[in-house]
Design a protein around this ligand. Structure first.
Ligand SMILES: O=C(O)C(=O)C[C@]1(C(=O)O)C=C[C@@H](O)C=C1
Length: 314
């Protein structure tokens, strides 16, 4: 897992990280892994954690972006595409398994609460083991635990670490409908110096294209024709015009690489873009580069064109 190397250039000795809380969320664990020793402050929603960074109350925010079972976290996509720009500078991927927490001595479980992404990852377990309990959505897995402490719910599907923060009992731990489930988290901050390219990076953009036949295919073709491998593609409604979408595109590579510069310039000519960052991948998987589509190929091609322009070549 890569820690936040950009942080060393900060003048402040201790980084202030806002995270999607309260205490005991998976996101808190990701924040600790990404910024060891940082000063962590929980926020009840992803939107509030991002606002803390935008308003200068925090240096960075740690938020969940996607889960291998349930997909993207819509609040994160909307929070990054609306409002002043923020860029991701680091990511962490955590394995996800849950505990079911209850009040000590709780006999009957009629309600079981959690974040919708967590409920979706234990649906089969709940059907098999707590078939009479009603599943209730809470703002996070740890907020569900708080709700159990307060008597609002009878049980919470939480991160196993939540037991360290709340006076609850573990009914079961290590549950997950899908083995090897994982969630990816981002550390985002206000735009500034980018993390250096490593050869195993991810670049993220939001593309707002005109609603015309073939627009999305044309955008993707700009990446495909440069042999740039996509790692995620999601659409979210623009919200004020029914049937119109923004596309969230993640791909291999770093904006400081010539092949990515070439692709982004081509995309920028076709649509409105928001840059969401280039940062090292948590899994360290190097970018796939096809023959003829490497950075040196782009530099050589540019040098040849420049020479032609100067009359040095024909
Ligand atoms: O509620 C939490 O503990 C979170 O950190 C959020 C979140 C998510 O948004 O997917 C993170 C990991 C798990 O997949 C379930 C919930």
């Amino acid at each position: 897992m890569k820690t936040a190397t950009w942080a060393v250039s900060s003048l402040r000795l201790v980084l202030r990280i806002a995270y999607f809380g309260p205490q005991g969320t998976f996101t808190e664990q990701a924040a600790r892994a990404l910024a060891p020793g940082a000063d962590l402050t929980p926020y009840e929603t992803i939107r509030l954690a991002l606002a803390a960074v935008r308003e200068g109350g925090a240096d960075a925010a740690c938020i969940p972006i996607e889960n291998s079972v349930e997909g993207v976290v819509p609040a994160t996509l909307d929070g990054l595409s609306d409002g002043p720009a923020l860029v991701a500078v680091a990511e962490a991927v955590l394995p996800i398994r849950f505990s079911v927490l209850t009040r000590p001595g709780q006999a009957e479980i009629r309600t079981v609460a959690s974040h919708p992404h967590a409920l979706a990852q234990v649906r089969e377990w709940l059907e098999a083991n707590l078939p009479d309990a009603t599943a209730v959505a809470s703002s996070s897995t740890a907020a569900a635990a708080v709700g159990v402490v307060e008597g609002t719910f009878d049980a919470a599907v939480s991160a196993p670490v939540a037991i360290e923060h709340y006076p609850l009992e573990e009914l079961v731990t290590g549950i997950a409908d899908v083995d090897d489930a994982q969630t990816r988290f981002l550390l985002v901050r206000r735009p500034g110096e980018l993390p250096a390219p490593t050869g195993a990076d991810r670049t993220s953009i939001v593309a707002a294209a005109e609603n015309r036949t073939g627009t999305l295919a044309q955008l993707l073709a700009e990446l495909a024709s440069r042999a740039i491998n996509l790692t995620r593609l999601d659409a979210r409604p623009v919200r004020d015009s029914f049937g119109e979408y923004r596309f969230f595109i993640d791909f291999e590579g770093h904006v400081a690489e010539p092949r990515i510069v070439d692709a982004l310039s081509a995309l920028r000519r076709r649509c409105q873009l928001r840059f969401l960052g280039s940062h090292p991948r948590a899994d360290g998987v190097p970018a796939t580069v096809e023959p003829g589509a490497g950075n040196q190929d782009f530099l050589d091609a540019q040098a040849w064109v420049n020479a032609v322009v100067k009359g040095e070549h024909a």
